[in-house]
Design a protein around this ligand. Structure first.
Ligand SMILES: NC(=O)c1ccc[n+]([C@@H]2O[C@H](COP(=O)([O-])OP(=O)(O)OC[C@H]3O[C@@H](n4cnc5c(N)ncnc54)[C@H](OP(=O)(O)O)[C@@H]3O)[C@@H](O)[C@H]2O)c1
Length: 269
């Protein structure tokens, strides 16, 4: 299938590691021109080199409104247009707060401010360019915490910040899809579940410590909980992102799809 992404200009926020890096590489393999952003300049430069194909990295802290605006403007200034925005960047709130009883307001809102608000701000700046592109695409990377809570275990922390942020991002996705459909822009959200990124090992260490087992035992236990028999990796998310970003996805909008290895049991209409 020709996804017709050759020469498309794509901004993947937080494309310097994990799922975002895999997505950025996926676009580059399709011949797209890719921009990524992140806070760590060293990691950004290494990622841009790894992505190849003229990929460029812009330093930005998406907690800051000015940086959200700047990263979109810099992408357009560099490549001359913008066809696809992938809102992937997220602050890491794994393990915090320890419980809701002790949660500060800042902890509760951290994922919303460090992910959802960044996505909303980047999208706002991107919209005029996506409209001009004619068939603009927005793909938001949410998380299965939008749909279900994880079993709470002392020591692993509360999932509320993730849940609030991702559920709000899904709501934003549907509102935006409604508003821009007549401009030829389609907007969708993908919900990964636990994914084997760099953060995975820390999670397994916390799980092992809280259950009094080894990290290897924790890994094996977690893998078995997935119906597909393994924890999905970043590469499992890439094909759906590419499809939803392609010219072929013109009638798919406002949808939320999980890449969760069959973990979610609810029937999602
Ligand atoms: N991994 C999972 O298990 C999982 C599960 C469900 C959903 N997700 C979602 O999938 C997406 C990617 O997750 P991941 O695990 O690949 O994340 P990750 O490995 O922690 O990478 C996050 C990326 O975002 C950037 N970033 C973080 N905070 C930022 C900020 N304030 N401003 C700009 N860039 C920022 C990071 O670069 P710097 O640190 O240099 O800024 C990095 O490039 C996130 O939206 C996450 O919520 C992940």
């Amino acid at each position: 299938m020709d996804l017709k992404l050759k020469d498309a200009v794509v901004l993947v926020t937080g494309g310097s590691r994990g799922i975002g890096l895999a997505i950025a590489k996926g676009f580059a393999n399709e011949g797209a021109r890719v921009a990524i952003c992140g806070r760590d300049p060293v990691r950004l430069a290494a990622a841009a080199a790894e992505i190849g194909g003229g990929a460029v990295g812009f330093q930005a802290d998406l907690f800051k409104a000015d940086d959200c605006r700047a990263v979109v403007e810099k992408t357009v200034a560099h490549f001359g247009r913008l066809d696809v925005l992938v809102n992937n960047a997220s602050t890491n709130v794994d393990g915090t707060p320890a419980s809701l009883e002790d949660a500060t307001d800042a902890q509760v809102m951290e994922r919303f401010m460090g992910k959802t608000m960044g996505a909303i701000r980047c999208t706002r700046t991107a919209l005029p360019y996506l409209k001009k592109a004619g068939a603009g695409r927005v793909v938001n990377i949410g998380g299965s915490s939008a749909r279900a809570v994880s079993r709470f275990r002392p020591g692993t922390g509360s999932g509320l910040p993730q849940g609030l942020g991702n559920a709000a991002l899904a709501n934003f996705t549907r509102h935006l899809a409604e508003e821009v459909a007549h401009d030829g822009i389609v907007v969708n959200i993908i919900h990964p579940s636990l994914t084997r990124t760099d953060r995975h090992i820390g999670r397994m260490e916390r799980r092992a410590a809280s259950a009094g087992i080894t990290v290897e035992q924790a890994e094996a236990e977690v893998g078995k909980t997935f119906p597909i028999g393994r924890v999905p990796g970043p590469e499992d998310i890439v094909p759906l992102v590419l499809l939803l970003s392609s010219a072929l996805a013109g009638a798919i909008t406002g949808q939320a799809m999980a890449v969760d290895g069959g973990m979610g049991l609810a029937v999602q209409y």
